[in-house]
Design a protein around this ligand. Structure first.
Ligand SMILES: Nc1nc2c(ncn2[C@@H]2O[C@H](COP(=O)(O)OP(=O)(O)OP(=O)(O)O)[C@@H](O)[C@H]2O)c(=O)[nH]1
Length: 833
């Protein structure tokens, strides 16, 4: 198998500007420059405090991160575009040209019969030169055997694919392998099409999320964990209603008032997709005083899908999370996780558009089952989570609780645990003083709740302040991590999956191409042989036909001519005297015609035999072509030939031809006549006659002549009657011969016999021709199909090679953009820069 990853191949993707952006990003990593073209929104958003401001350094630092972020996001956006384009190409190919195969490679359990599908055929996977990390990665994943015998959930745990994995789980199945076995190729292709479609959408939503300069922060957690209290503490205002009973029933997005042209308002939205802040028909403005009731009662009414709360954070940009002057932040307070399944599902669905997840857990309850499920799911998507362990004031053995909770975090999100110092905070949200209404900031102190400032409170406030600082850092300073990392994380998994999928399919296409090539060559050989067989068989059949017809013709002609010539030579009829002479003549005629007819029948029999042999020979010429047409020879020569009609006439009894044998039987006539003539000659007839007449007198002479003539006539008639038997035979035979000659009997009958034989032979030859023609056509059709299959697999190989190269290129760019060291360095940059 040839090397599938020719280095010479053009890498058309990702787009050229990704490379230049990447280079620029690397350059800027040490000396950050403002790229106005790439991030105008960031520059515009900056409302930097005056230079003399004590916090201006922090803002300058933020600015650098923003520019850095802009560069990174631009490259990532471009890579997402390229990946989308790759996915679209793969999807289109799957739809129109090549049913994608699913790279499922498992170890068969001993008792399981061999899988029907070829998907687990490990021989399919090519041993390409693993000369790049990406190829090595793909190679390793494809070749790692998976033992799924112990798990029903092979799909989530053991699939070769991650992002593109198919959900093949079947509720009642005891073996996922069985499910897979049940699916045919087109079903897999259809499932993959759906998966690719979802993935494209996902890439597009990630693209939109990266392009969106704001950051969405989801505050999730179990019911009554203190999420709303925490949000209020962050805002230092009682925006979200707090209750001892579970009360948050819908998603409440808290935004800076600047995003609503400086107007504090609550927009209650029924359909979040059609929501447009500038279009008042897409939402209802609700009063602040009604907020609690709407939030609490919405569960029953289900009227609104979401609230957007535009509120003012009166604190400085350096202190405020919402009003930070660099990036738009939206804090989303959501219903408790274990509230009901529907809301929980909605929460999972929202994760895609969320940049940062703040997970609020009650220190008293630790992580519930639904919390663990949520976190393990979220950590697939977000590399880092921000965890707030709330209600810490209620814990007596704080250290023990801290250790226990950290242990649990290690399990659900190891990367978050690694950065626990920054990402996990133990706080008491109620310790923070909040403004209780929207009125007068100058009277803030009068509206604070929980006024007792004891030592515990001071510690709690300090902890909360640390949390705020970390959160600001996490959301603002480490924005790349919170906003870009999910995309990078996802893209990283995705390109590997594409590589695996594409390489797997390339190897199958290559195998099919080799097979098709071999079959095509074989088919060409078979076709050429068939065509030459066809030519020689048809020529042989034609020759056989000509030869047999000639033989029949000669045989028939000779037989008939001989029969006609011999007619009358052997007379088998009985002559019963002159009285029956008429019947005798008729019998004689019939007997003679019978003799000829017998010869005719014998010729027909011969022709039939010859025809049968010829047919067998011709049929044998096409014995490889399947069943030949059966020819029925039974009806051959069943119709009578030429009818011969010869009537017996008076003349057939009398023979006047003295030149023939008739002269031999003159008998009496010769005797009498001869004596008379001899005597006349010798006596000199006239003188003799004169002398006789003078002697006996003329009158006496006249009297003698009449009896003499009568005597001669009597002699003649007697002779004729006595020889009639032979005369009739000769006459009838002669009559038949001349009749047959006149009517061209021999030719006509010979032609008839030959014609019928030829007709039957032709039928067989035509059938042979037909069968050869059909076989040739079938071979041609087969060849066309094989050529199509060859071309299809060849194109597929080329396509998958091209796609693999494009994917590898994206993977390399991604690797360069987010290599680990750089990531860590990025974290190290101090906030005061
Ligand atoms: N002691 C103590 N109580 C708290 C703390 N945070 C919240 N609470 C109380 O916990 C109860 C629930 O608080 P909420 O903020 O409504 O909780 P929630 O998670 O938003 O509740 P739902 O939105 O209904 O899921 C309220 O009575 C709060 O006063 C805390 O840190 N310490």
């Amino acid at each position: 198998m040839s090397s599938q990853f020719s280095k010479n191949q053009q890498k058309s993707l990702p787009s050229e500007n990704v490379l230049s952006n990447l280079q620029s990003f690397r350059d800027n990593n040490t000396h950050v420059k403002i790229d106005n073209s790439s991030a105008p929104s960031f520059s515009q958003k900056l409302s930097l405090p005056p230079a003399e401001d004590k916090n201006s350094n922090i803002h300058n630092g933020m600015l650098k991160y923003s520019q850095d972020y802009a560069q990174k996001s631009k490259i990532l956006t471009s890579l997402l575009n390229d990946t989308c384009s790759i996915l679209k190409q793969v999807r289109e190919t799957n739809k129109q040209r090549w049913d994608l195969h699913y790279p499922f490679v498992g170890i068969k359990r001993p008792q399981t019969p061999r899988l029907k599908s070829s998907y687990n055929d490990r021989n399919l996977i090519s041993n390409f030169e693993s000369n790049t990390p990406f190829k090595q990665k793909v190679h390793d994943r494809l070749h790692t055997p998976i033992d799924m015998s112990s798990s029903q959930e092979f799909n989530s745990k053991y699939s070769k694919l991650n992002v593109l994995k198919l959900d093949l789980k079947r509720g009642d199945t005891s073996s996922a392998e069985t499910v897979f076995e049940d699916l045919d190729k087109s079903a897999i292709a259809t499932l993959l099409d759906g998966r690719l479609g979802q993935t494209i959408k996902r890439c597009e939503s990630l693209h939109a999320r990266i392009s969106d300069t704001s950051s969405k922060v989801l505050v999730a957690g179990d019911v009554n964990a203190g999420k709303s209290t925490f949000v209020n503490a962050l805002l230092r205002r009682e925006v979200m209603p707090v209750d001892q009973q579970p009360c948050t029933t819908l998603f409440c997005e808290v935004l800076d008032v600047q995003e609503n042209d400086g107007i504090e308002e609550i927009h209650a939205i029924k359909d979040i997709i059609s929501y447009k802040r500038t279009d008042t028909s897409t939402y209802s403005v609700i009063e602040w005083k009604d907020l609690y009731d709407i939030i609490v009662n919405n569960e029953e009414s289900g009227e609104y899908a979401q609230l957007k709360i535009y509120t003012k954070d009166r604190r400085d940009a350096q202190e405020s999370l919402l009003h930070n002057g660099i990036v738009d932040i939206a804090l989303i307070d959501c219903p408790g996780l274990n509230r009901d399944t529907l809301k929980t599902t909605a929460l999972f669905a929202r994760q895609e558009e969320i940049d940062v997840i703040i997970f609020v857990v009650s220190a008293e309850n630790h992580f519930t089952l639904s919390a663990r499920e949520f976190l393990s799911n979220a950590s697939k998507e977000k590399a880092y989570l921000f965890i707030v362990v709330n209600r810490f004031d209620n814990i007596r053995h704080k250290e023990k609780c801290r250790r226990a909770i950290l242990e649990q975090i290690k399990e659900v999100s190891p990367r978050t645990h690694e950065h626990a110092k920054d990402l996990v905070h133990f706080v008491t949200s109620t310790s923070i003083k909040i403004e209780k209404d929207n009125d007068d900031v100058s009277n803030l102190s009068h509206h604070f709740n929980v006024a007792d400032q004891n030592a515990n409170d001071t510690k709690s406030i300090e902890d909360f302040s640390n949390l705020e600082e970390s959160l600001r850092t996490f959301v603002l300073k480490k924005r790349s991590k919170s906003k870009l990392a999910p995309a990078q994380h996802y893209l990283d998994n995705l390109v590997t999956d594409i590589g695996i999928l594409v390489e797997f399919n390339r190897s199958i296409a290559q195998r099919e191409n080799d097979k098709a090539n071999m079959e095509l060559r074989e088919a060409e050989r078979a076709y050429n042989k068939l065509v030459s067989d066809q030519k020689s068989a048809i020529a042989t059949a034609e020759k056989a036909e000509t030869r047999i017809c000639e033989e029949i013709q000669n045989f028939t002609r000779n037989s008939l001519e001989k029969a006609i010539e011999n007619v009358g030579k052997t007379v088998s009829c009985e002559f019963n005297g002159l009285l029956y002479i008429w019947g005798y003549a008729n019998d004689l005629r019939d007997s003679m015609l019978d003799d000829i007819q017998k010869e005719l029948v014998a010729s027909e029999e011969n022709a039939k035999k010859q025809t049968t042999q010829c047919i067998k020979l011709i049929q044998d010429l096409g014995k490889d072509l399947g069943e030949a047409r059966q020819i029925n020879l039974d009806k051959m020569y069943t119709k009578p030939g030429m009818s011969i009609s010869i009537n017996i006439e008076i003349s057939d009894f009398i023979e006047f031809d003295l030149n023939e044998k008739f002269s031999e039987g003159l008998g009496f006539v010769s005797l009498a006549g001869g004596a008379v003539v001899c005597a006349a000659t010798k006596l000199n007839a006239l003188s003799c006659l004169w002398k006789v007449s003078s002697f006996i007198g003329f009158n006496n002479m006249r009297k003698l002549a009449l009896p003499l003539v009568g005597l001669a006539g009597f002699g003649i008639v007697t002779y004729v009657l006595l020889d009639a038997k032979h005369v009739i035979s000769r006459k009838v035979a002669r009559k038949i011969r001349s009749h047959l000659k006149r009517s061209d009997y021999v030719n006509i009958e010979t032609n008839r016999i030959v014609r019928q034989g030829r007709k039957k032979i032709r039928m067989v030859s035509d059938n042979l021709r037909d069968r050869f023609r059909k076989a040739v056509e079938e071979e041609e059709t087969k060849q066309v199909a094989q050529r199509i299959s060859y071309k299809k697999s060849e194109e597929a190989v080329k396509f998958f090679e091209k796609i693999f190269n494009q994917t590898e290129h994206v993977a390399e760019c991604l690797e360069d953009l987010f290599d680990n060291n750089e990531w860590e360095n990025y974290e190290e940059i101090p906030a005061s820069n």
